[in-house]
Every structure is written in structure tokens, then in C-alpha cells.
Design a protein around this ligand. Structure first.
Ligand SMILES: [Zn+2]
Ligand SMILES: [Zn+2]
Length: 287
């Protein structure tokens, strides 16, 4: 192994967050890697984009997480390691009526240039929205998503779309403050747009998903490249082409997993040996 320290014990990692993510991330990294995780005070991550659309997100989640890491290093210049997490939510890529959530946690080691990414993907029952025209309908939505433990954001409505410019209340914490915010939106727009607050400290299920992404990051740390021992030798691509059980044509289902070392370029491909694909997934048999 060249350049990559075998241990990070006792090193300082700056975590760029303003939404309490250290509760999910710091204990695991302290226990398993011996890292001392610090959070800069008054750190504003909202400038990297917000879920409530008042600041647009630009770039991929990984790019945003890297930008947060860089901002964390700027605030804590003597930290050797930088940490950030980023979530994204939307319809499942193949099943549009299922909400899908994706969390990633990035660790950057300035001493070696090592970057590790932990990921967790799952159905996002904690990602929901509704347009309502009454306080009762708003309270029904709030009850369904688990308010007040799960936060709810109230926005105005313009042209049938959520409009934070007209009305925006992020910090309702009980029925009274929620009802007041809904009444303001109803008075201004005749309707109110509600959605689950996706900020980690207001979203318990998201906090659990960030913890799982951190466990995945630890798994990457413990997966050394067989050629150079650099950590992070994990599946980096899934190659399609599993043959159809009906006609033998390659399908879009995964045939093999690929691991590529970011340090030395060592490449391994492992066939999955799952047997043939169900012809239901074959574009030739079942176009
Ligand atoms: Zn390698
Ligand atoms: Zn086929």
C-alpha cells in the first residue's frame, strides 16, 4: 500500500452540516475508525440548495457533497478529513409511483487523496406531498406522515404548483403552528401545498438512512484493493446483459459487478451466476 494510512485513529474530521447529521454519522465513525468528528458552528449548508425549493440545487448529489466537504475544510483548516452527506428524493427510476430516496456520505482524506462514498437507497415513505384546500385535509396529511416528529413544510400554491415565494413555513412544530401556517397559505392562494420536511433533523427515517449510508462507508473502508491495498475496492459499476430465459438475448438486468481501484486502476469483474432472466424483462420477447 502506498500513501494510504492504515489507521485514522485520533484524526479530526470536519462534518459540514447544519441539520444535526452528526447524530447519525459521528458515533459510528468514532467507534469504528477512531475519528474525532467536529461540526463548524453556524455552518450554512442551505446555500448548497434546499429541499423546500427556495434555493435551487445544482449539480449531482456527489458534486454537492464534495462542495460541502471543501467548505468544511475552509472552516476547519487543520482537519485532515472532511465529511458530508447528501440526500435526493423523487420517483423510483423504473416504478414512477414509488417514492425513492438515495443517501450518500462522503469521506475525503486530504493526506492521501482518498475519497470514499457510502450509499443507501430505499423506498422513501418519508417523502410525501399533498395539495389541500382545508385545514382538516392538512391535519389528515400531517397525521399520515407522523407529524410533529416528522416535520411538515407549508407553502403557497401558484398555477397548481407549490410556491415558496408566496408563502413558506418550515418550522411548524405542533398542530397550532401548523394550522396557522395552513390558514395563511389558504388565505393567500385558496390552497396550501404540504410536504414532508426532508432536513435530517426533522425527518427520523432520513436519519436512519444516513446511518445506513455511513455503515456502507465503513464497509468501503474495510474493502482494500487486492493489488495496492487502498480502501474503497467496492462495486463501482453493474454491467447489464443477463441472458433472457426465453430467447437468450441480453437483457438490461445485471450480468456482472465491476470493481475498479481509484488508486492503481486494478479491475475485477464478477459474474453474478443468477441464471437466466425472466422473459418478462426481455425487450426481444416482451417489447
Ligand atoms: Zn489498487
Ligand atoms: Zn427474450
Amino acid at each position: 500500500m502506498t500513501g494510504v494510512a492504515p489507521s485514522l485513529r485520533g484524526e479530526t474530521a470536519v462534518l459540514a452540516t447544519m441539520h444535526g447529521k452528526q447524530r447519525a454519522i459521528a458515533p459510528l465513525l468514532a467507534h469504528f475508525l477512531g475519528l474525532r468528528v467536529v461540526v463548524p458552528e453556524d455552518f450554512d449548508t442551505d446555500r448548497f440548495g434546499t429541499f423546500s425549493r427556495d434555493v435551487a440545487r445544482t449539480g449531482t448529489p456527489l458534486e454537492t457533497a464534495r462542495a460541502k466537504v471543501a467548505a468544511g475544510f475552509a472552516r476547519v483548516p487543520d482537519a485532515r478529513l472532511g465529511l458530508a452527506s447528501e440526500g435526493s428524493f423523487g420517483p423510483h427510476p423504473q416504478v414512477p409511483f414509488v417514492s425513492w430516496g438515495s443517501e450518500l456520505v462522503v469521506l475525503v482524506d486530504r493526506a492521501t487523496g482518498l475519497e470514499l462514498v457510502g450509499r443507501h437507497e430505499a423506498p422513501a415513505r418519508h417523502f410525501a406531498h399533498a395539495q389541500v384546500d382545508s385545514v382538516d385535509a392538512a391535519l389528515a396529511f400531517a397525521a399520515r406522515v407522523g407529524f410533529p416528529r416528522q416535520g411538515v413544510i407549508v407553502m403557497g400554491v401558484e398555477n397548481d404548483q407549490p410556491s415558496p415565494a408566496v408563502a413558506l413555513a418550515k418550522d411548524a412544530h405542533d398542530d397550532d403552528t401548523l394550522i396557522a401556517a395552513v390558514r395563511r397559505a389558504l388565505a393567500a392562494c385558496g390552497a396550501a401545498s404540504l410536504e414532508t420536511d426532508m432536513r435530517a433533523h426533522r425527518n427520523p427515517q432520513r436519519m436512519r438512512c444516513i446511518r445506513r449510508a455511513t455503515v456502507d462507508l465503513l464497509r468501503a473502508w474495510r474493502s482494500p484493493c487486492p493489488a495496492c491495498a487502498r480502501p474503497g475496492f467496492v462495486v463501482s459499476a453493474r454491467l447489464p446483459g443477463r441472458p433472457c430465459g426465453g430467447c437468450g438475448a441480453p437483457t438490461r438486468q445485471v450480468l456482472a459487478d465491476e470493481r475498479r481501484c481509484a488508486g492503481c486502476g486494478h479491475l475485477e469483474r464478477h459474474l453474478r451466476h443468477d441464471g437466466p432472466a425472466d422473459p418478462a424483462h426481455c425487450d426481444a420477447c416482451n417489447p
